[in-house]
Design a protein around this ligand. Structure first.
Ligand SMILES: Cc1ncc(COP(=O)(O)O)c(C=O)c1O
Length: 450
């Protein structure tokens, strides 16, 4: 069963990247719990360390269990390869550091996960990397902030927390006109709903902690390379890929690895030097989750439709931020690019002041107050005081987040139980809510920015 995209097949999520090997032919991917590997001989060790011969040397830069996960995610996304990391945060950092250095610049969506904003505006700022934020609904705004030093565009295919969509091919064209790759965080969509490489992206990143693993047990991340960005077309922009490097014995990564050069750099330099490597036992957990990805995502989507229908008609709800709501400004993008839906992480605004947020959340029983999404369990969060608490008031306003915005990650429980939970928690608010004038269609979509 596929949830809509022919590239994400149930077969690939179960089989891609793994063939049982003799003598035991284990049907499940074995966990190679080893830090290092014995070299067959001295000459091989020399060649492998010089990156002249492929192979596992030390699990910081590669491990057979982790490699199956990498190949499986690359297959699901239609990439030439992938790199697994210890967390999604590490995946975003490694993907960008492989493109951008101090004194250079990133153009990023103004509607991003708060941890990514922290990385860009604080840690990367410490490194001398600059960032300009642009409205994902306005590709022209991205072009307007491009500088000669720009080296990457970054966005989320479905924005966290407002389920923001964008015209990705238009943003990809703006990136390519600027001579830089487009990096897309596909965490909330997964390849079951959307494959960014099919829509113009060059690199895809994941927090595999969320839907790819799906069970809320394990932190992981991934960087997938589409292998199409032509670094050789702008050799002066990408010396790390197109010029001889002492680190590689004077070799040029582009000559040695061709369209695999970007990932070779990410692995041999950033994974090697910074060390945010995925543990093999964690890779096995994510692999197990991946096997049921499309079925889970379909059920998350079905439950989300029922929850949204309930919230949209509730007098204590001022707005529901999901492209599937009637009259939503991104309804056309949803119909064009997301035939299987825009996912199960979205936000809604209470029609009441922030002082009512805490009591509302504390009345919930099934929706757990958790700083995570993409779990089998339904989760609730308050972005302004949790995931997006370090954003400035201007950044929060730009992201469309108010003090009354509540984020939900709809899980796999019975939809009727989820609706009943929300119903009980919202009931006392119906009295204090500002009159909304009826069902959501008439309320609008405050804060979506479009
Ligand atoms: C869209 C998105 N990207 C990246 C991350 C970071 O992933 P991790 O928590 O696995 O480091 C998150 C975490 O919530 C996220 O929602």
């Amino acid at each position: 069963m596929s949830t809509g995209d022919p590239g994400c097949t149930a077969t690939s999520q179960i089989h891609a990247g793994y063939e049982p090997q003799a003598p035991y032919r284990p049907i499940a991917v074995p966990i190679y719990q080893t830090a290092a590997y014995e070299f067959p001989d001295y000459a091989s060790a020399r060649r492998m360390f010089a990156l002249e011969e492929p192979g596992f040397t030390y699990s910081r830069t590669g491990n057979p269990t982790v490699a199956v996960l990498e190949n499986r995610i690359a297959a699901l996304d239609g990439g030439v390869g992938a790199l697994a990391t210890a967390t999604g945060q590490a995946a975003v950092a490694v993907a960008l550091l492989s493109l951008v250095r101090g004194g250079q610049h990133i153009v990023a969506s103004s509607k991003l996960y708060g941890g990514t904003v922290d990385l860009l505006t604080d840690t990367f700022a410490d490194f001398g990397i600059e960032v300009s934020f642009a409205d994902p609904a306005d590709p022209g705004a991205w072009r307007a902030v491009v500088r000669p030093t720009t080296r990457a565009f970054l966005t989320e295919s479905i924005g966290n927390p407002l389920a923001t969509l964008q015209d990705l091919p238009a943003i990809a064209t703006a990136a390519h006109d600027a001579g830089v790759p487009l990096v897309v965080d596909n965490t909330l969509a997964t390849p079951a709903l959307y494959r960014p490489l099919d829509h113009g992206a060059d690199v895809v990143v994941y927090s595999a902690t969320k839907f790819l693993g799906g069970h809320g047990t394990t932190l992981a991340g991934a960087v997938v390379d589409g292998g199409r960005f032509d670094f050789a077309a702008y050799p002066d922009k990408w010396p790390q890929i197109t010029r001889p490097k002492r680190r590689y014995g004077g070799a040029i990564l582009w000559e040695r690895h061709g369209h695999g050069a970007y990932l070779a750099l990410a692995r041999s330099k950033y994974l090697h030097d910074l060390g945010p490597s995925l543990a093999p036992a964690s890779a096995a957990q994510i692999l197990q989750g991946l096997e049921t990805l499309d079925i889970r995502v379909a059920r998350h989507g079905q439950n989300t439709r029922e929850v949204i229908q309930f919230l949209a008609g509730h007098p204590a709800v001022a707005a529901v931020h999901h492209p599937s709501t009637p009259g939503h400004p991104q309804a056309e993008l949803l119909a064009r690019d997301f035939p299987a839906g825009a996912g199960s992480v979205f936000s809604f605004d209470l029609a009441a002041d922030q002082e009512h947020v805490g009591p509302f959340i504390d009345r919930l029983r099934l929706f757990k107050l958790v700083a995570n999404v993409g779990d089998t369990r339904s989760l609730v969060a308050h972005p302004a005081s949790m995931t997006h608490c370090r954003l400035s008031p201007e950044q929060r306003a730009g992201a469309g987040i108010t003090g009354s915005t509540i984020r939900l990650s709809v899980g796999l429980e019975a939809a009727a139980d989820l609706v009943a939970d929300l119903d009980l928690a919202l009931a006392p608010l119906a009295g204090v809510a500002e009159p909304t004038g009826g069902p959501l269609a008439a309320v609008g979509h405050a804060g979506t920015g479009a």
